[in-house]
Design a protein around this ligand. Structure first.
Ligand code: ADP
Ligand code: MG
Length: 380
């Protein structure tokens, strides 16, 4: 159980919105988090980040972002070349935009970044919070960065002997310079269909399935709009199974759940627009498969040096039952109907207690880091 710091409540800054294709999803997740946090135990400080990356702490940041009103005017950057330095100084002084009272970052005990995708889930905000010496929920810089980049993530997971489908990396530059060579290289390794994705994205943005050469070229063009690194991988005719993992050095896995996409695959529309995708919790799997998947989820979490939480996604081949690890999400969807909290509920941990545990893990992680020396004192 979380005890409050000093006599008062624990002060929690909840960060949402952000400079990401998943801005709207973040607003929905953060709304649920703020509703479920126990108000007798926590003092909540909402912090909105608009799609331009401007921080809003005054008034009702959630309302401002939902209504799409422009954020308060950002102060003009000072001229000269001290711009970047000023931003860093501001970060360490906990004022994210210098010189403006309405964006002064609140004094808090812990930060809960409920941000998905770029500049939220990729280690960048985590780096800023490290510099500001703030405890925060979830993976730190390294785990977040590896969790975000599908190419590096696959390399790390396969180095740990975890089952990953065959994949190939394509640089956007090479695709644009010599498309014929790239198509030939892909066709030499894979039979159609294949999946094409940007290395850094989420919510299926830029992901497509290609059944022939023309679709492959279209898929590469699409993915190239979102990232400089692209990925082609073998398509699995699969059930999609997800597991929630929680913990720091001794993570535990929830029961697995199954996503039943309403479209041909779990694309952006199936996730957020068409709304008919089903969740089956717990997933109908044999005892052996359930045990295998939970074990793989924990091993994947540890392989990328994750902390706090992650949702680990799998493919289970419909005909052979073979289990493949698809990806980890270090800041999974967090609405009260999202898979991550639902799986914990089904495993006996209700949503408000899950939030307690995440905050406790954030504070523990910070203590753990503080126990390491950052300076080497040697004897003469
Ligand atoms: N190799 C694959 N085989 C079958 N389906 C896939 C494959 N890769 C992706 N998909 C489908 O595309 C969806 C999104 O891909 P994913 O890699 O999970 O990206 P995101 O990070 O955007 O969720 C998956 O949930 C699945 O439905
Ligand atoms: Mg996914």
């Amino acid at each position: 159980m979380v005890t409050s710091i000093g006599n008062g409540r624990i002060r929690v800054a909840v960060l949402f919105g952000g400079r990401s294709g998943e801005h709207e999803v973040s607003l929905a997740s953060a709304r649920s988090v703020m509703e479920a946090l126990d108000k007798t135990r926590y003092e909540i400080h909402p912090v909105g980040i608009d799609p331009m990356g401007r921080w809003i702490t005054a008034g009702d940041p959630m309302k401002l972002l939902r209504e799409g009103e422009p954020a308060p005017e950002a102060p003009a950057k000072e001229s000269g070349n001290d711009g970047d330095g000023a931003a860093l100084t501001a970060a360490t002084r906990r004022e994210l935009l210098p010189g403006a009272d309405h964006v002064r970052f609140p004094v808090v005990d812990v930060v809960f970044p409920v941000l998905h995708g770029t500049y939220g889930e990729d280690g960048t905000i985590q780096g800023l919070l490290e510099l500001a010496d703030l405890a925060y929920v979830g993976a730190d810089v390294l785990g977040s960065a590896v969790g975000m980049d599908k190419v590096i993530q696959k390399a790390v997971l396969s180095a740990h002997g975890l089952p990953i489908v065959a994949w190939q990396t394509v640089l956007r530059r090479r695709w644009r310079d010599d498309p014929d060579a790239i198509l030939a290289q892909i066709e030499a390794q894979f039979a159609y269909p294949v999946f094409v994705k940007p290395a850094n994205a989420g919510s299926s943005v830029g992901v497509s399935k290609a059944r022939d050469r023309a679709e492959l070229a279209q898929g590469l063009d699409l993915a190239a709009r979102f990232d400089r690194k692209l990925l082609v991988e073998a398509a699995v005719d699969a059930r999609e199974i997800e597991v929630s993992v929680l913990g720091n050095d001794e993570p535990v896995a929830s029961v697995p759940g199954e996503v039943i996409p309403c479209n041909e695959f779990y694309d952006y529309r199936a996730k957020y627009i068409d709304g008919d995708s089903g969740l089956e919790i717990p997933a109908q799997l044999s005892h052996e498969q359930t045990a295998e998947i939970r074990d793989l989820a924990v091993r994947a979490f540890q392989a990328i040096d994750c902390a706090g939480m992650a949702r680990v996604d799998f493919f289970v081949d419909k005909s052979t039952g073979q289990v493949w690890l698809n990806e980890l999400n270090t800041i999974p969807g967090f609405t009260d109907i999202s898979m991550y909290p639902k799986l914990w509920e089904a495993s006996g941990l209700p949503y408000p207690e899950l939030l307690d545990r995440l905050i406790e893990l954030a504070l523990e992680r910070r203590e753990d880091k503080r126990a390491s020396k950052t300076r080497y004192e040697f004897d003469h």
